[in-house]
Design a protein. Structure first.
Length: 510
């Protein structure tokens, strides 16, 4: 088998029928068992290129690969537009307008539901290919050099699978704590095999937790606690996946422990100069746990994530082409004047900025975002070519604080929140709030800190039971009001899953 492009439904069945011969053998002549024998003595020969290819999927093109859905960060941007805190202040033609207006994004025949499903199941396929090749008699308690390599590769695949299923569950079922735990999840594949019906949500989340937990353990046993490269999976990346999943299902102790581990590995926060001048687009920033290191070979052009969010980007869709984003006035007004994060948003009535291609300066109006306004990497590289940060320490600080607050550990949560809030605002005084008031303070800090990143507002609002209410905003160009609930859960896609997988018996309601 030479090509495996759409990894859902019938494609999985096709693969299972010829899975004896895998892609890593270019001649298609080696069986799985023969490859496993090689792995027992020379695991890097087989598994290193497979893991490299798998991790590269996160930085690669999505299932749709269109102007407004080019890669992982861009498809998460589409989710942030379906919230309260991000404003599509000036669209670039019709791009992303339907997302901002929450039109045609969740019904089974729509392209958006296919986009996420196809992307994340492809990632799961890459992970399962690797996991299927781990020798059945592999013993992680035997810390030989060969076994340490196998541990590393298996841990990477488990991390990818856990992360992919987390995104699928966040998108294709209601929040676990708001009734989703009793509903069907998504088809659960732990091997490269044929179609499956939707597994119960609890079963999928249990698998996510088990995979992430095992990945952390294997990375630690292999010695891969914290890689020098920010583009590889390691124990910290797996711990972020574990912390996110544990927070979603309400396992507060596990969320606290996993987030705390990452905080210990990455204790240094981005400072004011870095936060306000580097556009959150450089993986050398001290908080970066996992990200993308730009290269000309893998760049996504002017419709990359920086292309959409770097307002200073010459040639970018969100730069000189005029697709500009802003923070909601109501959130902006809740950022203290002494908080340097406020500098990332225009506070004057407007500022003038002249693009190299323009005859006259353009006006960027109040609340427009400069958060991702990264300077060029060099004189020959356009602004839309930048690094991207997928995971960073601040998220884990806020995750730990929220889990502590929900566990009734108010004093601990106040202390954890102070670590971040005081760094961002020297005038910040340690909170004395408790209970729901403390939780709301943590939520506010999370909305400010992670604005525009990672689809967090969409996923957080779902987890918090918050809908969309733009009424009363001074600058939202769409005054949408959407109650929390089913409208934030996508349907299972028709074209690449339901039409090919007869085992699925239940669709999410319209």
């Amino acid at each position: 088998m030479k090509k495996l492009l759409i990894i859902t439904g019938s494609i999985l069945t096709i693969f299972s029928s010829c899975s004896k011969k895998l892609d890593i053998d270019p001649n298609g002549a080696m069986t799985r068992e023969e490859l496993q024998q090689i792995i027992k003595t020379k695991p890097a020969t087989v598994l290193e290129p497979m893991v490299t290819s798998m991790v590269a999927q996160v930085n690669g093109l999505t299932y749709a690969n269109s102007v407004d859905s080019r890669n992982f960060s861009v498809i998460n941007l589409l989710l942030n537009l379906k919230g309260n805190d991000m404003v599509l202040a000036q669209p670039n033609g019709g791009w992303m307008v339907s997302d901002y207006q929450m039109l045609n994004y969740r019904e089974e025949a729509q392209g958006r539901v296919t986009l996420y499903w196809g992307t994340y199941y492809k990632w799961i396929f890459f992970a399962n290919q690797i996991l299927d090749l781990i020798p059945p008699d592999f013993d992680p308690n035997q810390a030989t050099d060969v076994n340490k390599l196998i541990m590393k590769y298996k841990a990477a695949a488990l991390t990818m699978r856990a992360m992919s299923y987390t995104y699928l569950m966040w998108l294709y079922q209601d929040d676990y704590m708001h009734g989703g735990n009793a509903k069907p999840g998504v088809p659960l594949y732990t091997t490269v095999a044929g179609e499956e019906d939707r597994a119960p949500s609890q079963e999928v989340w249990s698998q996510i937790i088990a995979d992430a937990t095992e990945a952390v353990d294997l990375f630690k046993k292999s010695g891969l606690l914290n890689t020098a490269s920010k583009t590889d999976f390691d124990a910290s990346v797996a711990s972020v996946v574990l912390a996110r999943a544990a927070l979603t299902i309400g396992d507060w102790p596990k969320a606290i422990s996993a987030a705390d581990y990452v905080m210990q590995q990455y204790p240094t926060l981005i400072n004011e100069t870095q936060y306000t001048t580097m556009g959150m687009s450089n993986i050398s920033l001290p908080e970066t746990i996992f990200g993308y290191d730009f290269s000309t070979a893998t760049g996504k052009g002017n419709s990359s994530f920086p292309g959409w969010v770097n307002i200073k980007g010459e040639g970018g869709y969100g730069g000189s082409q005029g697709g500009w984003l802003a923070i909601d006035q109501r959130l902006n007004d809740q950022i203290a004047a002494t908080d340097y994060r406020k500098k990332n948003f225009v506070q004057d009535d407007f500022v003038e900025y002249k693009y190299a291609s323009a005859q006259q300066p353009d006006k960027h109006y109040k609340y427009f975002s400069y958060k991702f306004a990264a300077p060029p990497i060099d004189a020959n590289t356009p602004n839309y070519n930048q690094d991207e940060i997928y995971m960073r320490t601040s998220e884990m600080i806020l995750t730990k604080a929220e889990a502590q607050a929900r566990a009734g550990q108010d004093e601990d949560a106040q202390t954890t929140l102070y670590i971040l809030a005081h760094e961002r605002d020297a005038a910040y005084v340690k909170s004395t709030s408790t209970g729901d008031a403390l939780l709301k303070e943590i939520q506010l800090q999370r909305r400010i800190e992670l604005w525009g990143e990672g689809g967090f507002e969409f996923f957080d609002n779902k987890r918090w039971g918050i809908g969309v209410n733009r009424a009363g905003s001074a600058n939202h160009t769409n005054q949408l009001v959407v109650a929390p609930g089913k409208l934030f859960t996508l349907q299972i896609p028709l074209t690449i899953e339901l039409n090919y997988n007869p085992k699925i018996t239940e669709q999410n309601p319209l």
